[in-house]
Design a protein around this ligand. Structure first.
Ligand code: NDP
Ligand code: GDR
Length: 371
């Protein structure tokens, strides 16, 4: 039985990857940070009682800022494959906590690689690094490929630049099977609530059900190449199954604006939106209502506004990936379109919003967290 170790197992990708590897017959080990709450919502459905013998999904307490625990876990598990997905992954937050972001995202990657080397696992253990399209930042060429020059635009991206190169360096210096997946944005119903797609689908579902009044947005002109996390974790595994370690761009090759994503999400709820005004004055107004999913919304309501707090000190305006290498060498193509993914996210957020609305109607209001 193959063993995989996943850092960031409680995150969006970690949870899908754990499911995927379990289905392939792996024993999956995950590193989980200590928190004051369980914080295992995304993996609760595959969680196994630690008192049961022969578990194939095992959680270990650990942190990417702590070499000694990483070394201990690696020694104990002796994994065939390591997926380094753990990170402070929010670009805007990295401007607020730049040093912590560097410690986890840059130094954390070095700590993992160095622990593998010191334990003499470099010939046994294959290493996947969660690299990112944010490396391209101020883009030097469109679409972006494996050879497009990097120009990071945030403390997050600069930390991930270090992680990218230290992964290449350990591959070249020590003959490790180590590779970078340069993944463009990927989303799902498990996406963190403060990333833009989930903020939109959840916010609009709440507005439709009368739990929130308005969605406050930053730069709605930003263009992204959005795929589905399920398609992307399949690719992470494929990258570790090749004869030679190489780096790959993973993207859909299609690009949409944040405003378009808002329009699609609203339409899924039967709300046809009209945008008016410019810059900080731009608003989204309800133009037409179809169906019964938005009982608390009226024609003429302003349900989208711009709030400058969501603008970043330096923005990545446009990203568009060219996944040709992944298609040619790994026979990988994304199966879920951005529109299909948006519909799935809205549908799941609407179920939750309806449940909350029902509780509220019966006097059991649960506060809805909003960023
Ligand atoms: P999430 O933010 O959903 O998950 C991040 C995971 O990292 C969580 O499990 C989190 O734990 C964990 N983590 C954070 N800090 C530490 C730490 N100090 N020690 C150990 N674990 C830590 O991210 P995604 O699943 O979306 O992304 C996975 C990886 O891929 C990240 O490295 C991200 O930067 C990268 N990436 C993501 C893309 C995307 O579009 N989703 C695109 C390109 C790259 P906790 O649950 O406790 O917070
Ligand atoms: P990103 O994702 O920064 O690309 O990083 P995010 O969803 O946060 O932002 C995408 C774009 O939307 C704009 N935007 C807003 N973003 C947020 N979060 N909230 C808002 O209100 C808002 N309004 C507009 C942003 O300015 C940006 O241009 C994600 C993360 O998963 C990284 O870890 C990963 O490396 C990259 O994708 C690829």
């Amino acid at each position: 039985m193959k063993k995989a170790l996943i850092t960031g197992v409680t995150g969006q990708d970690g949870s899908y990857l754990a499911e995927f590897l379990l289905e392939k017959g792996y024993q999956v080990h995950g590193i989980k940070r200590r928190a004051s709450l369980f914080n295992t919502q995304r993996v609760d459905h595959i969680y196994q009682d630690p008192h049961v013998q022969n578990q194939n999904f095992v959680l270990h307490y650990g942190d990417l800022t702590d070499s000694s625990n990483l070394t201990r876990i690696l020694q104990e598990v002796q994994p065939d494959e390591v997926y380094n997905l753990g990170a402070q992954s929010h670009v805007a937050v990295s401007f607020e906590s730049p040093e912590y972001t560097a410690d986890v995202d840059a130094m954390g990657t070095l700590r993992m690689l160095e622990a593998i080397r010191l334990l003499r696992l470099e010939k046994k253990t294959r290493f996947y690094q969660a690299s990112t399209s944010e490396l391209y930042g101020l883009v030097q060429e469109t679409p972006q490929t494996e050879t497009t020059p990097f120009y990071p635009r945030s403390p997050y991206a600069v930390a991930k630049l270090y992680a990218y190169w230290i992964t290449v360096n350990y591959r070249e210096s020590y003959g490790m099977y180590a590779c970078n997946g340069i993944l463009f944005n990927h989303e799902s119903p498990r996406r963190g609530e403060t990333f833009v797609t989930r903020k939109i689908t959840r916010g609009l579902a709440n507005i439709a059900q009368g739990l929130e009044e308005c969605l406050y947005m930053g730069n709605m002109d930003a263009l992204r190449d959005w795929g589905h996390a399920k398609d992307y974790v399949r690719m992470q595994w494929l990258m570790l199954q090749q004869d030679q370690p190489e780096d790959f761009v993973i993207a859909t090759g299609k690009q949409y604006s944040v405003r378009e994503f808002i329009t699609w999400s609203a339409k899924e709820l039967g709300i046809i939106l009209r945008f008016d005004g410019e810059g900080a004055q731009e608003i989204g107004i309800v133009d037409t209502i179809e169906g019964t999913d938005a009982p608390e919304v009226n024609v003429g309501d302003v349900i989208v506004k711009v709030d400058s707090r969501y603008f970043r000190p330096a923005e990545v305006e446009t990203l568009l990936g060219d996944p040709s290498k992944a298609k040619a060498q790994l026979d990988w193509t994304p199966e879920i379109t951005a529109q299909e993914m948006c519909a799935e996210m809205v549908a799941e957020d609407l179920v939750v919003a309806k449940r909350h609305a029902l509780l509220k109607e019966h006097g059991y209001e649960i506060p809805v967290a909003v960023e």
